[in-house]
Design a protein around this ligand. Structure first.
Ligand code: F6P
Length: 496
């Protein structure tokens, strides 16, 4: 691999003030040219146009993937079956804004949701809490995702029932973890002395299945809809992001949307050669082809982004972890394993393997120019944070020779550097949209439908007979159609 200085125009690209530096990808000019030409052959530019035009690119579910409409603050018409969806989107914005001005005396918010109905708002609530001087309502924000009652118990121990609001978030409103947790929280409100009217006031829902939320008992006025053309993992831009607006203000939520919208416009309009999501996708594809990489790490050098890799895992792996392409044919490449956590902490954990392990694992280093605090130590600490980030990338790329083989760094390990000017709602939105659009680009390059998740369903189906067998307390379960011999033995062991 040959690393050119990042000042080379082919290696430093800026969009929405976010800088992408690919100098340590080891991709030379001719190879980049080849990659862009391959992208054109794969009709990536046409795919991007189709994505924004609302074509049914989620073919298996026969619908568009139009999460971009949710952050289309300019309200440019977005047509689905000839009908502009923007008036409905804007109507939800206005209801969200009104709600932000209505809540008084709320001490606790319990957000119940899992997967895409959890990661986005949780990441944003956590990340924005670090923004110096951000206006916050200061409510305790609790996220209840797991069916494990440990989480539930911790939350109800901390919340004041009479001044709690509950937001049940589920696109389908059929997810067992969410509906069971919602029932448990309603029971807790009752047990804590809230009457029917108080419970009705406390309950809110965000869903694409309004009838199911009504049937659950959420009053019509407290249901915030979104639509089947929004994938769960792409839904933080809808009313799923309500906690962001309620805690930090509707203006902040709009800033978050504005950052994402700006990144969408860049993705939609910039030539492939200048297009950040496309360049990142092509770099990853190149590393798959040349080094057979099977995983990559995202390391934000910002504590505020500690939840980012978890959000990214669902985005990338649920979107693109597929074995067959759009035509049902086996794919050569699909999503690598994604992992990561905040630097520099990560350096003191698994970086040893990244430097000297036998596998090449590309890294996205994500750094923020400005320190995230106004502490007197902020500038000097931030300098050290950035130095660490730059040093790791350099060591990974160049390696180090030594007479003792144990001290040799092989080097030749590719990385990106993403530099945000600062971290606030706007740049958080831009960062998430950058990765969403990169995931879509990769899906297009691999010819994978990035917008369904059929593989998640089978395990859910199998859980039902297993739960029934556990509930029976029997210890003589035998293998059957849905329970194999190993699982039958495990059930019998648990039941005895
Ligand atoms: O189980 C995976 C999944 O289907 C994700 O795609 C989704 O984000 C999550 O479950 C939650 O689904 P829902 O929002 O419908 O409750």
């Amino acid at each position: 691999m040959h690393f050119e200085p990042s000042s080379t125009p082919i290696h430093r690209h800026t969009a929405v003030n976010v800088v992408l530096d690919t100098a340590y990808q080891g991709i030379d000019r001719a190879t980049w040219a080849h990659l862009f030409s391959e992208a054109r052959q794969s009709k990536l530019d046409q795919f991007i146009a189709d994505l924004f035009a609302g074509k049914h690119i989620n073919a298996s579910e026969n619908r568009p993937a139009l999460h971009s409409a949710l952050r289309n603050l300019h309200k440019t018409p977005v047509l689905i079956n000839g009908k502009d969806v923007m008036p409905a989107v804007a109507a939800v914005w206005s209801r969200m804004e009104t709600l932000c001005s209505q809540w008084e005396g709320v001490t606790d918010v319990i957000h119940i949701g899992i997967g895409g109905s959890d990661f986005g708002p949780r990441l944003a609530i956590e990340a924005l809490a670090y923004v110096p001087g951000i206006t916050s309502r200061g409510m305790r924000m609790h996220f209840l995702a797991n069916i494990d009652t440990a989480e539930l118990a911790r939350i109800v121990a901390r919340a004041e029932a009479k001044s709690t609001r509950v937001i049940i978030v589920s696109k389908s409103f059929t997810t067992l973890e969410t509906t069971m947790n919602a029932k448990a929280i309603v029971a807790w409100l009752k047990d804590s002395g809230c009457n029917q009217a108080q419970i009705a006031d406390a309950l809110y829902a965000v869903t694409a299945n309004v009838p199911a939320a009504s049937a659950f008992g959420v009053s019509k006025d407290n249901i915030y809809p979104f639509w089947d053309w929004v994938g769960g993992r792409y839904s933080v831009w809808s009313a799923v992001g309500l906690p962001i607006a309620l805690q930090y203000g509707f203006d902040t939520f709009q800033e978050f949307l504005a950052g994402a919208e700006a990144m969408d416009l860049h993705f939609k309009n910039a030539p492939l050669e200048d297009n950040l999501p496309v360049i990142m996708a092509l770099a990853l594809l190149h590393q798959q082809k040349t080094h057979g990489i099977t995983s990559y790490a995202a390391i934000p050098y910002a504590d505020a982004l500690d939840w980012f890799p978890k959000w990214l895992q669902q985005l990338d792996m649920e979107s693109n972890g597929k074995s067959v392409d759009r035509d049902g044919k086996p794919v050569q490449f699909s999503s690598p394993v994604v992992f990561g956590s905040a630097g520099s902490n990560a350096q003191h954990s698994y970086f040893q393997m990244l430097h000297q392990g036998t596998e090449i694992i590309p890294i996205d280093f994500i750094a923020v120019r400005e320190p995230m605090s106004d502490r007197p130590e902020a500038v000097s600490h931030h300098r050290i944070l950035l130095s660490n980030c730059l040093a790791q990338a350099q060591a990974l790329a160049n390696g180090k020779t030594a007479s003792n083989p144990n001290d040799v760094y092989p080097g030749q390990r590719p990385s990106n550097l993403l530099l945000l000017p600062k971290l606030n709602a706007f740049y958080l939105g831009a960062l998430l949209a950058l990765y969403e659009n990169r995931a879509a680009s990769l899906g297009a390059l691999w010819n994978i439908n990035s917008f369904d998740q059929p593989g998640v369903e089978y395990g859910k189906v199998l859980a039902k007979p297993i739960e029934k067998a556990l509930a029976s307390h029997a210890n003589d379960i035998v293998a059957s159609e849905h329970i194999d011999a190993v699982t039958a033995a495990r059930i019998n062991f648990l039941n005895s």
